[in-house]
Design a protein. Structure first.
Length: 279
């Protein structure tokens, strides 16, 4: 048996289990359940002959201080699930946190102590996590960073940013499954490319709002929707056009280099931090 710290990235379309020795990816979806997650975790641990020293679980939603999942729009079966308690069947050292906060931990773990920066993830939905002067910004109820709920006016109607710029919005607007949407885009389907550009431009408005409100020095972006051709470029152009020049010049916008693993690595980091704080 090999002692390992395990990171779990639970998303609206996929589940990634990661440790130093192995990784595994499974499909999820709107009907995915806690029992399915635990079965995949048990299989991962058994197949790779692991002895977990810590487990970090990152989820898309609001997590309580005790490690319960309070609310997850994209995985409703997890609402109210006592995640930390369930995971303690394998390991006493368990950390449960929001997925974008996990990405923030990983992305800026070696940054200066007084940095103001953030992570924006654009996948099935859109969310952000921020630190101000080196301190995580959580908000009164722990909801700080719900960028997808930012109201945007389009055609004289108030819409959420999630409804205009997320992967789910593109799937709904195109009537295509995510894989088919990507295939059509890479085949230069003009109608699909126009939809992607419009969505990217909407995200740019959200980024401009973040820059104006927090004046960050860095914003790191990740998520599968950024891989669609033209999306990233449209977002950058829109953000620059709608941001004060001085604030734009002060902020470095980058795509996360290891975006596929950043959340799971952040979950591992959170589990290790929890272990150190207990000792």
């Amino acid at each position: 048996m090999r002692s390992s710290s395990i990171g779990i990235d639970l998303g609206g379309t996929k589940l990634l289990l990661l440790c130093e020795h192995a990784e595994a990816i499974y499909s999820t979806g709107i009907g995915f359940t806690p029992d399915q997650l635990l079965a995949h975790l048990d299989n991962f641990i058994t197949q790779n002959e692991l002895m977990p020293s810590s487990i970090g679980l990152a989820v898309p939603g609001l997590v309580s201080a005790s490690g319960d999942i309070v609310l997850s729009d994209v995985l409703p079966a997890f609402n109210g699930w006592q995640a930390a308690q369930a995971l303690q069947a394998w390991c006493n050292t368990v950390a449960v946190l929001n997925d974008i906060k996990a990405a923030l931990i990983q992305e800026f773990s070696h940054a200066s102590k007084d940095i103001t920066a953030g992570v924006v993830m654009v996948g099935t939905a859109i969310g952000a996590a921020l630190m101000v002067q080196g301190q995580p910004l959580t908000g009164t109820c722990g909801w700080a960073g719900e960028l997808g709920y930012l109201p945007i006016v389009q055609h004289d109607q108030i819409r959420r940013l999630d409804d205009l710029a997320s992967g789910a919005a593109l799937v709904k607007a195109s009537g295509l499954q995510p894989k088919d949407l990507a295939l059509r885009a890479h085949a230069n389907d003009r109608q699909v490319l126009d939809m992607i550009q419009t969505a990217g431009a909407a995200l740019g408005l959200g980024l401009a709002s973040v820059i104006h409100l927090f004046n960050p020095s860095k914003l790191s972006l990740g998520g599968g929707t950024l891989q669609l051709p033209g999306y990233w470029e449209a977002a950058l152009q829109s953000a620059q056009e709608n941001t004060l020049p001085m604030l734009w010049q002060a902020c470095e916008l980058n795509r996360i280099k290891n975006a596929a693993h950043v959340v799971a690595l952040g979950a591992i980091h959170a589990g290790l931090d929890y272990s150190q704080n207990r000792s």
